[in-house]
Design a protein around this ligand. Structure first.
Ligand code: COA
Length: 379
């Protein structure tokens, strides 16, 4: 008898040096460093360097890494044209995925999967996804894209290119924290897709395009957009309780931003983002989204407790109110997740290509057997 692990639940597909998650302790570690400390002290570039190289950079290594990234923010005009003409009523993730599909066209070395080339494409994609996502937001709001600023890094350039003006240090810091928290999460669905795609020894671009398609889903990266759409639909803190009770009465109800395959306690990323959200609410004087989120957490705790289920907020829950207070529209939250996760996928692609084995699981066949073929005219 074959053992079937639906959803690959608990299946270990390989070893990895990149990330460890303890779902019972609520612990997330990148290359040996606790995520809470990285979120508190490191820039996004430092964390990307760490994920790719296994050590934190010295100041000169970090400066050199930033210099390596700098020339890659520019994107080919055809990719911007895709964003410009993609129907606005469609998910922006379709537009982003399609634009990324065009990037190998302007890369003469698009196919090589040697580690130097994979790393070079990683630099390119990590910077270009920032420019594409910012341009996508502006075009969807009827504004022209802003060219990348040569002096700015990943988080600051993203804010600069979406807003058209240099962001404050405080806004860059919040963006850095959000990107650090979303950069990496072990063998999550999209990272698994990236690795499985790369395991055929296809190119990096194909693996990243496949991963973007996976991240889009509402059970994965799409949840942050769904959280804000839900908060907008509810409209006020007073209406949260009745809304959740009604929703949970529906069969197979899922409240976006809650629950996780791995965490049985609070997702540590959600804890950090809750603090960030509270700080932004206090500073801006607009506490609506934070208060609604806290009320939702309270009601879910009560309702899930009644059902004997430990379903807690995940990373997507408080990131929604944080992105809202940074001024991003709800539909852009999943593309922003992509900005953070591309470097994380790249860390895994470096690991996968370094010691590849084709991923080829099995399905247990339960269909009919021994059918007699009937010619089409006799069926
Ligand atoms: C993330 C998710 C897909 C994990 O699913 P999973 O590992 O398959 O967990 P399960 O669906 O087995 O959940 C276990 C129980 O908790 C409940 N549960 C889990 N997430 C829930 C949610 N968001 N809302 C309500 N109930 C939930 C389920 O009803 C289930 O109970 P059951 O076994 O009696 O049906 C799921 O929690 C979910 O759909 N969350 C909402 C989407 C989301 O926020 N995704 C982003 C994840 S970072």
């Amino acid at each position: 008898m074959e053992t079937i692990q639906r959803g690959l639940d608990g299946v270990v597909i390989d070893t990895s040096q990149i990330c460890s998650i303890d779902g019972l302790k609520g612990e997330l570690i990148y290359r040996g460093y606790d995520i809470r400390e990285l979120a508190d002290k490191a820039s996004f570039e430092e964390v990307v360097y760490l994920l790719w190289n296994g050590t934190l950079p010295t100041q000169s290594e970090l400066d050199a890494f930033r210099d390596e990234l700098r020339p890659h923010f520019a994107v080919p005009s055809e990719a911007l044209e895709v964003l410009r003409h993609f129907p606005k009523e469609k998910s922006p993730m379709h537009a982003l995925r399609t634009a990324v599909s065009l990037l190998p066209a302007s890369d003469p070395e698009s196919e090589g999967v040697g580690l130097d080339n994979v790393r070079r494409i990683g630099l390119r994609l990590s910077a270009q996804i920032v420019t594409l996502t910012a341009a996508l937001q502006r075009l969807r709001e009827g504004e022209e894209p802003v060219a990348p600023h040569p002096d700015l890094g990943l988080a600051a350039n993203f804010l600069y290119m979406t807003r058209g003006e240099r962001p404050t240090d405080a806004a860059v810091r919040v963006m850095d924290v959000a990107l650090v928290l979303h950069a990496e999460h072990g063998s999550n669905a999209s990272t698994f897709v990236a690795r499985a795609t790369a395991s055929t020894l296809t190119d990096v671009y194909s693996a990243v395009v496949a991963a973007i398609g996976s991240l889009k889903g509402p059970l994965h990266g799409g949840a942050n957009t769904a959280v804000m759409q839900m908060l907008e639909e509810i409209g006020s803190t007073q209406a949260v309780d009745a809304y959740i009770v009604d929703k949970l009465a529906e069969p197979k109800a899922r409240i976006p931003g809650f629950g996780h395959r791995v965490y049985r306690v609070l997702d540590p990323r959600a804890a950090v983002l809750e603090e960030v959200s509270q700080k932004l609410a206090e500073e801006s004087g607009d506490a609506k989204w934070f208060e609604m989120s806290q009320e939702m957490e309270r009601v879910m705790d009560r309702e899930m407790g009644r059902r004997g289920k430990g379903v807690k907020p995940n990373v997507d829950f408080f990131s929604a109110s944080v992105y809202r207070m940074l001024g991003f529209p709800a539909e852009m939250y999943t593309p922003i997740f992509t900005v953070a996760r591309v470097p994380g996928w790249m860390a895994h692609l470096l690991e996968q290509y370094a010691d590849n084995r084709l991923m080829r699981p099995k399905l247990a066949y339960e269909g009919p057997k021994g059918e007699t073929f009937v010619p089409i005219e006799a069926r």
